[in-house]
Design a protein around this ligand. Structure first.
Ligand code: FUC
Length: 758
């Protein structure tokens, strides 16, 4: 089973969270530390969020927008920004919260030898093995999608050797109790509260409600122990197992979440019985059947793709040692493949039909006050989480993303109406479990640089068109895709104005999350931005094209969209040869800024291609060079994709190498410090999962692209160092599945088949 591209393994147990290994079934998440004397599992459930549905109304917002538009057209950018921050920003998003931990304190205390822990990406199984006091102990752990439980089994090679104290503790305020064979915690999540004028990570914002209406999510978590042989008894600290031959531990958590519009207490769903029943059902099945069902389910998704880079032996070394050696410049081509496969694994573990989409931490967050609330940040991060999914043949894992867009269409139509007096729907840069769509910022100065960005709906809706392209499913497009694309487009259409050159622009606009200097002071609001224009141009294209494909009768909205599309201001080069980020060549506050928002048209957009628009593509290259390679985790992932689209595989690899550097422990860093933790998870820093997916998508783009004419292009950005390799199951933009191999830059084998139509 063990090979270098499908297994993470270590000779040491995890000493902290960034060394622990992730398991999940899309809903339940666990980080496994694998300690010989103390096992620790950090636990999550994907609907355990703070708060309940709210709408942050701002009655002056539509007037402020029109006023700010006039100001921006007159070049009064700072005034426009101030007005909008004051009159058109709401409060912050709610947060994704941890359930708690299971800790097993072993009875054996002798020194440990032959220790090994591993995560098999092929099986979705974590294993620990060691010898202690002459006994070999083994553990197997997985989180099952078919049976909806976490399962941990402890065995030893001699009877009667397993003894430990097991405790289930909650991370939030909750009540715990022991039952004869397990432990239960129950509670209600807090609500994150702020006042206008307070910044997001301000103090004292967690509040546990008193009355049902201000109380948050109800949840119940259960741990069941099934010893074979030996004894079990409850103690004040937990459940003690003594002298057992083997033990199976089951865990589940359920919440009262009943949909984004429903109050989780007043209209909550039953969760205590559901949790008990799921555990009971799994216990009846028994360990062997649980494992077999889990492995079959996981393999059906994981085995669709393979990717091998030949020429290294390092697979036999532990993963953390490989990372260190790689950083020191030792060639380990298989490490790239491992990193690629790990992202596929993470998608399978964190995003399944019916679950929540992956948030900033996927489904793995241990913090009660998490970085950026562990929310959905949709000015890059949530989209990036799903960049590789189609290319690596996991279309069903995108269902949560497509559902998110559907739900945002509903919640965002109110924001379009109440903040802009506009039709259609809008999402700003953050959303959460409650599908918040209003801008954050809480009236604070300077927040406009991220808050004043009504482009989330446009970018997210791109996922619909991508699904259509990959499947060619016109019936789906007519029923599901087109109405949402059209609503996203109509919102922008209603707001566009003409600039002094007679081009149509969204005004005012920002470019996430960069400021320019205006009289020496940072300013975010401009007349227009390259990113907004590119998003709008594409959404118009998708809508118009869909209408045509679906035989939708021409109407006033479509007619106007078509007329305006031809006159939209489009991204272009500035005087210094770089792509203009804003309407004018302002001086950037931070030329090496992590975001490369203005290059949206190159990637993920497809408006700029090297063959179709060589001038703009050259300008993108200049911009990328000026931004530099050193950045945060996700920002390097995005750069990999951009360099691949510019067909520069060596530069893409340079960034991938940089991203694979070991990240130290550090607080939030905004301009550098990105890399990879020993568990291969991405460091923003801190841990943020998007970089894993950005890099994986970048690798896919290096190996396979569709050119501007719609032709499949193999190895478009192959780094010269990747001399020999083999790929199985990569999917083109138009849904063809390809297997191919190469040597010294030449394709030696190629097979193509039609894709699946999920
Ligand atoms: C945006 C980014 C940050 C971080 C945060 C979650 O604000 O600019 O780098 O990724 O989202």
């Amino acid at each position: 089973m063990n090979n270098g591209r499908n297994t993470l393994w270590y000779r040491r147990e995890a000493s902290e969270w960034n060394e622990a290994l992730p398991l999940g079934n899309g809903r339940l998440g666990a980080m496994v530390y694998g300690g010989a004397l103390t096992e620790r599992l950090a636990l999550n459930e994907d609907t355990l969020w703070s708060g309940y549905p709210v709408f942050y109304a701002q009655k002056n917002a539509p007037d402020a927008f029109r006023e700010a538009q006039k100001m921006a057209l007159r070049g009064e950018y700072a005034r426009a920004q101030k007005l909008l921050e004051q009159e058109a920003t709401g409060l912050w998003s709610q947060a994704y919260l941890p359930v708690g931990e299971i800790v097993l304190s072993m009875d054996h205390t002798a020194s440990v030898t032959e220790y090994r822990r591993e995560l098999s990406l092929e099986e979705g199984v974590h294993r620990v093995s060691y010898v202690c006091g002459g006994v070999r102990y083994d553990r197997v752990c997985f989180v099952s999608a078919p049976d909806q439980v976490l399962c941990l089994r402890l065995t030893a090679d001699r009877p009667g050797q397993i003894g430990f104290l097991a405790a289930l503790t909650g991370a939030l305020r909750c009540e715990g109790r022991l039952e004869s064979d397990g432990a239960v915690i129950e509670g209600n999540a807090p609500v994150m509260c702020w006042k206008y004028g307070t910044m997001q990570r301000g103090e004292g914002c967690l509040r546990y409600g008193e009355e049902p209406e201000n109380t948050g999510m109800g949840y119940a978590a259960r741990m069941l122990l099934i010893p074979e042989g030996g004894r079990m008894r409850g103690m004040a600290e937990g459940l003690r197992v003594e002298a057992a031959d083997a033990v199976t531990l089951l865990f589940d958590c359920r919440t009262s979440f009943n949909g984004w519009q429903k109050h989780p207490v007043l209209e909550g769903r039953e969760y205590r019985e559901r949790c008990r029943e799921e555990i009971r059902g799994a216990a009846q099945r028994g360990f062997d059947a649980l494992l077999a069902r889990h492995r079959a389910d996981h393999a059906a998704l994981y085995q669709r793709v393979d990717f091998t880079l030949f020429g290294g032996e390092e697979g036999l070394l532990p993963t953390d040692e490989r990372l260190t050696r790689h950083e020191q410049g030792e060639a380990d081509p298989d490490l790239y493949a491992l990193y690629f496969h790990f992202a596929r694994y993470l998608t399978i573990a964190a995003s399944r039909p019916g679950t929540q989409p992956m948030n900033l931490q996927g489904i793995w967050n241990p913090h009660v006050i998490p970085p950026w609330n562990s929310n959905y940040t949709v000015n890059i991060n949530t989209e990036m989480n799903y960049w590789p999914t189609l290319a690596v043949q996991l279309p069903e894992c995108r269902e949560p993303l497509l559902r998110l867009v559907r739900e945002l269409r509903e919640s965002g139509s109110r924001t379009a109406r109440e903040y802009y007096s506009a039709p259609g729907f809008v999402t700003h840069h953050n959303t959460d479990l409650w599908r918040m769509t209003t801008p954050v910022g809480a009236h604070c100065e300077g927040t406009g640089v991220f808050a004043l960005w009504p482009m989330g709906s446009g970018w997210l809706s791109r996922a619909l068109w991508e699904r259509f392209e990959a499947t060619g499913d016109t019936a789906w497009l007519r029923e599901e895709g087109y109405p949402i694309l059209r609503d996203a487009a109509e919102f922008y259409l209603s707001l566009l104005v003409e600039n002094a050159d007679g081009e149509w622009i969204l005004c005012p606009a920002t470019s996430p999350e960069n400021n320019f200097l205006l009289d020496g002071k940072p300013c975010a609001v401009a007349e227009s931005t390259a990113m907004s224009q590119a998003i709008i141009a594409e959404i118009f294209d998708f809508t118009l094209h869909s209408a045509q494909l679906c035989g939708i009768a021409e109407d006033e909205v479509l007619r106007r969209m078509r007329a305006v599309r031809g006159k939209l201001a489009m991204p272009k080069a500035g005087p210094d040869g770089a792509l203009l980020e804003w309407n004018a060549p302002f001086e950037e506050k931070e030329p090496q800024h992590r975001h490369i928002s203005h290059l949206y048209a190159l990637h993920p957009g497809r408006l700029i291609t090297p063959e179709g628009n060589p001038d703009e593509a050259r300008a993108c290259r200049v911009s990328l060079e000026r931004r530099g390679d050193e950045s945060t985790g996700w920002a390097m992932g995005w750069r990999i994709c951009q360099w691949a689209r510019l067909l520069d595989g060596d530069h893409a690899l340079k960034l991938l190498d940089r991203q694979l550097c070991v990240a130290g422990k550090s607080a939030i860093q905004y301009s550098g410090g990105g890399g990879t933790y020993p568990n291969l998870l991405d460091a923003h820093p801190p841990f943020q999962i998007d970089g894993n997916f950005g890099a994986c998508a970048g690798i896919a783009e290096m190996l396979l692209q569709t050119d501007g004419e719609g032709r499949t292009r193999l190895l478009p950005a192959l780094p010269s160092a990747w001399r020999k390799g083999r790929v199985k199951g990569l999917v083109t933009r138009f849904g063809k599945i390809l297997d191919f191999a190469w040597e010294d830059g030449q394709v030696t084998e190629r097979h193509e088949r039609d894709g699946r139509s999920v």
